[in-house]
Design a protein around this ligand. Structure first.
Ligand code: FAD
Ligand code: NAI
Length: 476
């Protein structure tokens, strides 16, 4: 007889494994199907985020930044080092060890919470009073039944048509986290988050990085002032060369590397010759082989599973969460949807506040924001006041020798409620948490201005930006 569960989650990335753990915490018998295999053939939990995304990229960002500090930034502190070098194999091994440690951590959490991990590819077979699924694993297939199904199959890198990715010379995120040597000339297609983060890693380690971006504007999703500041910093002499408004015509791989023929923004033809190429032009949802057609699961024109605001997928007791549905492709967005659907399945009132999801780019300096950008407020005709404060006036930032950038707070002109907070600067990824709490609790800029912030700390920049909304910054 088929094993039956209250909840079956397909996919154990951050959306799926959190949905499974929360379901089990709420007393539901839960299984999670995951097919991911490591290069040595072991089944692994954690999805894109843990295996080839958030975690390994941040490990390499940290290692490469340490090298950059040792080479260029410690002298200002009076620390002189000579003969600074790095061992790429050690960096990669450290990254892989963090990934392994966290993957076994999730396996431990599954055990602790009594989530059954079904190893293999999962798909719908048919519907009825319960959903019938099949798991195709190493040792054959198993039929299972579920009262509720949560689809959390995630996404994969979008590739250019007719440009095969071998993940050695032409790479997506997977190969770009595994280069066995530092390419002298690194080409990147797409100046989005991956292009900037992984471009920074390899630039710090010695690559000459050239990024080709199709859009005429840099970082179109970010607040314009932040994007302008980022452009100024990232494109300095010796940093990233970024060309906007290009049209890639063809890509050819030869013995000497890769040649990218493209049209510049002014219409002139150009060629980029590089040793390796990263294609980072966004991601596409995973719905192939899911059996969606067998049960009538609706998929939209862009390949996302159609869901309502509570991630219900239009069929009884079927939900979809994370990268496979609309919204930002961010791990924490998927995690929050995982908690929401588990709580709804258990009869509670789970919800996600999509207006309070932070964005972070782990560049140097970091970029982080939550809420609306200034251009969004303008286009929506919302009257607002804006306050901005630079890190350059902050003692902690100066002490850290990381005083570039600013925080900007946008507040409703009539009510002073905070509508958006935008930061570029040291540890913006951590500072943004205060703004997320403020937006979640409907705080005003005056609330932040009246809260005591530790001195000296970077968080004082947040308070000063809040004071600046009312044109009464105290330190600038
Ligand atoms: P995924 O993590 O993609 O997991 C889906 C899982 O489902 C996979 O393990 C897959 O094997 C499995 N699966 C698919 N189909 C089936 C099936 N039929 N049967 C069984 N299993 C199946 N986000 C951030 O918030 N912060 C970051 O710093 C960040 N950095 C990133 C860096 C890189 C290089 C990349 C590529 C992404 C990054 N992201 C980051 C995005 C983040 O990784 C994704 O938003 C997140 O992984 C989505 O989670 P998910 O659970 O929806 O899907
Ligand atoms: P992205 O959407 O961030 O950027 C892709 C860029 O490629 C865009 O600027 C787009 O205009 C450009 N582009 C598209 N087609 C092109 C073409 N043919 N030629 C030239 N440029 C082209 O996608 P990216 O960087 O691949 O990352 C995928 C997703 O992963 C992100 O959207 C994000 O959700 C997630 N991610 C999040 C991170 C974080 O939170 N720190 C880090 C890395 C990835």
């Amino acid at each position: 007889m088929a094993r039956a569960f209250d909840v079956v989650v397909i996919g154990a990335g951050p959306a799926g494994y959190i949905a499974a753990i929360r379901s089990a915490q709420l007393g539901l018998s839960t299984a999670c199907i995951e097919k991911w295999r490591t290069p040595d053939g072991q089944y692994a939990l954690g999805g894109t985020c843990l295996n080839v995304g958030c975690i390994p990229s941040k490990a390499l960002l940290e290692s490469s930044e340490n090298y950059e500090r040792a080479r260029h930034k410690l002298q200002a502190h009076g620390v002189t080092l000579s003969g600074v070098s790095f061992d790429l194999q050690v960096m990669l091994a450290r990254k892989n060890q963090i990934v392994r440690k966290m993957a076994s951590g999730i396996a431990g959490l599954f055990k602790k919470n009594k989530v059954t991990w079904l190893q293999g590819h999962g798909q719908f077979v048919s519907g009825g009073t319960t959903w019938k699924l099949e798991v195709e694993g190493e040792h054959g297939s198993e039929a299972i039944e579920a009262s509720h199904v949560v689809v959390a199959t995630g996404s994969r890198a979008r590739h250019l048509p007719d440009v095969p990715v071998d993940n050695k010379i032409i790479c997506d995120n997977e190969g770009a986290l595994e280069f066995d040597s530092v390419p002298e000339r690194l080409g990147i297609i797409g100046a989005g988050v991956i292009g900037l983060e992984l471009g920074s890693v390899w630039r710090r380690l010695g690559s000459k990085v050239h990024i080709l971006e199709a859009l005429p504007d840099f970082l179109g999703a970010a607040d314009e002032a932040i994007a302008q500041e980022a452009w100024k910093i990232f494109t300095r002499e010796g940093e990233l060369a970024i060309e906007l408004g290009v049209n890639v015509a063809s890509i050819a791989k030869g013995k000497a590397g890769v040649s990218v023929a493209y049209k510049c923004a002014d219409g002139k033809a150009a060629t980029l010759a590089c040793d390796r190429l990263i294609v980072s032009i966004g991601r596409v949802p995973n719905t192939e082989g899911l059996g969606a057609d067998k049960i009538g699961l609706k998929i939209d024109a862009k390949g996302f599973i159609e869901v309502d605001k509570n991630c219900r997928a239009g069929l009884p007791r079927v939900y979809a969460i994370g990268d496979v549905v609309r919204g930002p492709m961010l791990a924490h967005k998927g995690e929050d949807e995982g908690v929401m659907v588990a709580e709804i399945i258990a009869g509670q009132h789970g919800h996600v506040n999509y207006d309070a999801i932070p964005w972070v780019m782990y560049t140097m300096p970091e970029i982080a924001w939550v809420g609306k950008t200034e251009q969004q407020l303008k286009s929506e005709g919302i009257a607002y006041r804006s306050g901005r404060f630079p890190f350059a006036y902050n003692g902690r930032a100066l002490g850290r020798d990381e005083s570039e950038g600013f925080i900007k707070i946008l507040a409703d002109a009539a009510t002073d409620r905070i509508l958006g907070v935008h930061a570029i600067g040291s540890l913006a990824s951590e500072l943004i948490a205060e703004a997320v709490v403020a937006i979640e609790f409907g705080a005003s800029s005056e609330d932040i201005a009246r809260i005591c912030h530790a001195h000296p700390s970077l968080s004082e920049v947040m308070r000063e930006a809040a004071l600046a909304v009312d044109q009464r910054s105290l330190n600038g």
